[in-house]
Design a protein around this ligand. Structure first.
Ligand SMILES: [Zn+2]
Length: 703
């Protein structure tokens, strides 16, 4: 899969962060740390590479947040754009350019794409019913409306998606809808929108993704799930004030009827932000047309680093818009499709789900007030959720800092350089004859360079990180086994050889560590007193012994400081306090939730509740929330779909007895038929199954 060798240039993008709040470690982990490692490595490989990102500044969550804070959307995004960029910079994320989707150049790009597909007649204009808030005099797009999910009965489903069962909803499917603006019940009113008929592109998309056999399973499975459900028309526009306006005229100057007060749906323009940002970058470097090399030449390798929640937009929607744009278009103005989507799963925190709304997170700006960036970069890389969700814990962070960065990497660098400074007048000694151990160590550098690089090339960042640390491990062992502190008295020449080799290793380490912990790499480079910067070096020459005998070293400092138990305990206590506070609030809020209107007992008797045992449970492909359950009701077996995947592992459910709503009309969810609903209590974060207090026969009626 080392396709970069067949490509002339690489364009790397990280998901555009949403400019409605500060960054936490979950955000960093998914799309930025791995991308930055990849980019820094490719730069050291002297490849032609550009790294692009920017803030995503449109969409309903921005306007809702702005209303909450009593500011204009532009003021809100100005503030968070600056904050997010500052956090990234301090964490060493080395974008070539960081733009924003409220930039004029982005409006041009997004409108150009709209007009191209509009003028080709690809977009369908449809008049459909939408929820309208009469009090606020506005249509309720996306999250402006909430109601009960028709699939799982979650009372807080949003207009675009039910977070509990993961189903993407049409807002008109919501039961008992409520406006988020005024709290009133909206009325159905007709509005006209343009739709992209995604279904028309399904054959082309399926064929194209069919060739991506080397893509990660999570990405391929999500796509298969979507294809199975059949792609449907997706509204390209919204009734909103804030966003990229639908152009009022086409490119010939003819008016576009119905364009007033309509904006392009955020997900149809945000992905184009990568293109706008590349255009801005090209202008910045004084070669305004240079962006075309990266977007419009087929020998570009386009790599999108994203989290799994963005897979559909990068693997299906963006490619579909691009295919639509390219159709019957001048050959010199068509766009490349993505080559690689190394999507990450999610990062949890101390065993629980990260949550910005509950303030259950490690915020980047808080972290940076207390610790340097590199130990966090290193820890997050070593636990990167590459193929499944993973967990960050402060104890683990402390262990990685103290026993790996400080005890292995830092220790080797400090002891070998300090020993050289003390015993050889601050100069790299001339080596004597190399013994086998010295030669072995030098070839281990070569091996580490090769293997670390291959892992990065294949998006296996955890393995790459471990391989680089293994070089430091081998170096420590070499230093111990060579015993220079004894040899200095008995065999000065042998001691000199050990230190000569050690200095070469330190130099190699400075370059190998750079993609992972760039700040430390540059510090070590300065300690070596070598010209230029570590980031200017050539990865392929890491193993060459280029620090000459007689070279004077710089000031040697401690590379990593150990973190004490009480410092870590403070962080753990802080998180626990957040959980306790939120739990108390949730309990109070639930108690206060008004009881639904009274119903006659006959209505309740219509519901047929039965006991059943789980025979089999498995995850549903393409959904992170749903499980398919096979149930034994005694008199028959049943299949149901339930939104339990976040709370229970399939294995732990098998054999458990549950209560089933047995007479719900069947529904098809993610292509799987569901015949009933399993009773649960709690909300999105605390869901629990209801079970009989002791085992009872299956199929018993519950009342
Ligand atoms: Zn639902």
């Amino acid at each position: 899969m080392s396709e970069s060798n067949n490509h002339k240039r690489i364009l790397v993008t990280s998901a555009l962060p949403y400019a409605n709040g500060p960054s936490h470690i979950g955000r960093l982990t998914g799309a930025y740390i791995p991308a930055d490692i990849y980019v820094r490595y490719q730069r050291l490989m002297k490849r032609d590479i550009v790294y692009i990102c920017g803030s995503d500044e449109h969409g309903v969550p921005i306007t809702i947040q702005a209303e909450k804070e009593g500011v204009k959307p532009q003021q809100l995004v100005d503030r968070y754009h600056a904050m997010i960029l500052d956090e990234f910079t301090r964490m060493g994320i080395s974008f070539d350019h960081y733009s924003r989707t409220s930039a004029p150049i982005h409006y041009e790009t997004a409108q150009d794409f709209f007009l191209e597909v509009y003028e080709k007649g690809i977009l369908k204009k449809k008049t459909q019913q939408q929820w309208y808030d009469e009090k606020a005099a506005m249509f309720l797009s996306d999250r402006y409306v909430e109601g009960t999910c028709p699939i799982c009965q979650n009372p807080e489903a949003r207009g675009d998606q039910c977070e509990k069962c993961g189903t993407y909803l049409d807002q008109m499917q919501l039961i008992n809808p409520k406006s988020k603006v005024t709290g009133t019940a909206p009325v159905a009113r007709e509005t006209t929108h343009w739709y992209l008929p995604l279904g028309d592109f399904q054959p082309a998309l399926e064929k194209w993704i069919g060739e991506k056999t080397h893509w990660k399973d999570n990405v391929l499975n999500y796509c298969k799930g979507w294809f199975q459900q059949k792609l449907e028309d997706r509204a390209y526009t919204r009734d909103l004030e804030w966003g990229v306006p639908v152009p009022k005229t086409d490119r010939k100057g003819n008016p576009i009827e119905g364009a007033e007060r309509k904006v392009i749906y955020v997900w149809f323009e945000a992905v184009l932000g990568y293109i706008s940002a590349t255009k801005e970058w090209a202008k910045k470097i004084g070669q305004a047309e240079r962006w075309r090399d990266y977007w419009q030449k087929e020998d570009t390798k386009l790599v999108h680093f994203i989290g799994k929640d963005n897979i559909v937009f990068h693997a299906i929607i963006f490619p579909a818009i691009t295919i639509a744009y390219n159709q019957n278009h001048r050959k010199d103005d068509t766009y490349v499709l993505v080559s690689e989507i190394p999507a990450c799963e999610f990062l949890n925190l101390e065993g629980a789900k990260l949550s910005t709304s509950r303030n259950y997170a490690v915020w980047v700006k808080d972290y940076l007030e207390k610790f340097p960036p590199d130990p966090l970069r290193y820890t997050l890389t070593s636990i990167l959720p590459e193929s499944k969700d993973s967990d960050f814990s402060w104890k683990d962070f402390q262990a990685k800092n103290n026993s790996e960065l400080a005890d292995i990497l830092g220790n080797f660098i400090n002891r070998s350089l300090t020993f050289t400074v003390k015993n050889f007048d601050n100069k790299v000694p001339a080596p004597g004859t190399f013994a086998q151990a010295d030669l072995d160590m030098l070839s281990e550098i070569k091996q580490a360079q090769k293997e670390t690089g291959e892992f990065i090339e294949h998006f296996r960042f955890r393995d790459a990180c471990k391989r680089f640390m293994d070089l430091a491990r081998a170096a420590n062992k070499y230093f111990n086994d060579s015993e220079p502190w004894k040899k200095i008295k008995t065999d000065r020449e042998q001691c000199a050889t050990t230190l000569y080799v050690s200095v070469q290793i330190v130099r190699a380490l400075a370059v190998v560590m750079l993609p992972f912990i760039p700040f430390t790499a540059e510090r070590v480079w300065r300690m070596l007193n070598l010209p230029g910067r570590a980031e200017d070096q050539d990865w392929s020459k890491i193993a060459e012994s280029t620090v000459e005998s007689g070279h004077s070293l710089g000031n040697i400092e401690i590379v990593f400081t150990k973190i004490d138990d009480d410092v870590i305990q403070k962080e753990v206590d802080l998180l626990n306090a957040t959980i306790e506070k939120k739990a108390a609030e949730t309990a109070a809020a639930t108690k206060a939730e008004p009881v639904k209107p009274a119903i006659p007992v006959d209505d309740f008797m219509k519901i047929d509740l039965r006991s059943a045992t789980v025979l089999h449970a498995e995850k549903i492909k393409g959904s992170s929330k749903l499980l398919r359950l096979e149930l034994d009701l005694g008199y028959e077996k049943r299949q149901v779909v339930s939104g339990l995947a976040k709370f229970y592992k399939p294995d732990e459910l098998i054999g458990k007895q549950i209560i089933l709503v047995a007479n719900l009309k069947p529904a098809v969810i993610y292509g799987v038929e569901s015949n009933g609903m399993v009773l649960t209590a709690g909300n999105d974060e605390t869901l629990k199954l209801l079970m009989p207090e002791r085992n009872i026969p299956n199929g018993l009626r519950v009342s």
